[in-house]
Design a protein around this ligand. Structure first.
Ligand SMILES: Cc1cc2nc3c(=O)[nH]c(=O)nc-3n(C[C@H](O)[C@H](O)[C@H](O)COP(=O)(O)O)c2cc1C
Length: 336
């Protein structure tokens, strides 16, 4: 399949693995790129720019295909040295950066000067248009369903994607709620040129996280995510657990007087506890509603291959079948 995204990034399939804190290590990024998608290392999971340089080198040892690095600009207890991280990306020869959180405007000149392609993750049409205006090559349009930070507008992808298609000139991928062949075909139908998956990629053999995390994803349903930190305008969709229950209780008590310090225990330093130690009740970690569509732990290649095969089947048989009048009665179960 060829789309504006496969052509822009030089990849075989229009499938991107979004940056994920404590998940997006070289192992996962390389597996996704080797399977024909675009793997992305999460820059800030590496505690220093030097460590990011090493992670990039490790990834390069595992794949000769294109891969990217995610740079997230979110409120944090201490601001990371972004220019040094960008230098590590540049010197590591990485040519694709996924940005997220705040606008990457101030870093665009340095990224563009060395020919780095930038895909910015946006949760609204207005932010997507801004990304286009400041020279981003593509946008990852992240609907309300998404794991991580869905923004404050709460617009699901059924609305957000066609709205983005109506307004944007640069190509965009659908992000949030994407899991299988049906997601990909639906995203393409709504005007996207591919899809970005986060949560689904955690439940794969290569994702370098504790087995408890993968088990929790297989067991959870679409009813098991919660929104936290809304009062701080830093809303995050997370998987429900005991730590998250405590967090929500504190949020109820404090209401509009909530400060980040009130919930530090439930949000700071949680990722290593969950992803490394497998402590599933530690607190808030991002997870999308798409968890309801996850029921197995395939290899990344199995996942991507069945998405692409399933997408072809849906397009060639189911959709054209409707036009030919011979598919009317057939359900489209999880072919992927
Ligand atoms: C565990 C986890 C950690 C994430 N960490 C980051 C991050 O550090 N930076 C970022 O830009 N997005 C992060 N995301 C968001 C993903 O890149 C992606 O946009 C999102 O997961 C898409 O929604 P989905 O989970 O429904 O596929 C994270 C998502 C998950 C599930």
């Amino acid at each position: 399949m060829k789309t504006a995204i496969t052509e822009l990034f030089g990849i075989q399939h229009p499938i991107i693995q979004g940056g994920m804190h404590y998940v997006g290590f070289a192992e996962l990024a390389a597996a996704v790129s080797n399977a024909g998608g675009l793997g992305i290392i999460t820059g800030l999971t590496q505690k220093t720019p030097e460590l990011l340089a090493k992670e990039i080198a490790r990834c390069r040892d595992m794949t000769d295909k294109p891969f990217g690095v995610n740079l997230t600009f979110l409120p944090s207890f201490t601001a990371p040295p972004y220019p040094e991280y960008i230098a590590a990306i540049k010197e590591g020869g990485v040519r694709i950066v996924e940005t997220a959180g705040r606008s990457p405007e101030q870093y665009m000149p340095v990224l563009k000067a060395v020919g780095i392609k930038v895909i910015h993750k946006c949760t609204s049409v207005r932010h997507s248009l801004k990304a286009e205006k400041i020279g981003c090559d593509a946008v990852s349009v992240d609907g309300f369903e998404c794991g991580g930070h869905p923004g404050e507008d709460d617009i699901p992808n059924m609305i957000l994607l066609p709205r983005a298609a109506d307004e944007l000139k640069v190509p965009f991928v659908a992000s949030g709620g994407m899991a299988d062949a049906r997601s990909l075909v639906a995203a393409l139908a709504m005007g996207a040129a591919g899809m970005n998956m986060g949560t689904r990629f955690i439940a794969t053999k290569e994702a370098p996280v504790h087995p408890n995390v993968k088990k929790a994803l297989v067991e959870a349903t679409e009813l098991d995510t919660r929104l936290v930190m809304r009062a701080l305008r830093n809303t995050e969709r997370v998987l429900k657990n005991k730590g998250v229950d405590q967090l929500l209780e504190i949020e109820r008590e404090k209401a509009n007087t909530l400060k980040i310090q009130d919930i530090q225990e439930q949000v700071a330093g949680v990722y290593p506890k969950v992803m490394v130690d497998g402590d599933m009740d530690a607190g808030a970690w991002s997870c999308g509603m798409v968890v309801g569509l996850i029921s197995d732990i395939p290899t990344v290649k199995e996942l991507i291959d069945r998405i692409m095969a399933g997408a072809e089947l849906i397009i060639r048989q189911r959709l054209t079948g409707f036009l030919d009048g011979d598919e009317a009665q057939k359900p489209v179960r999880a072919v992927a």
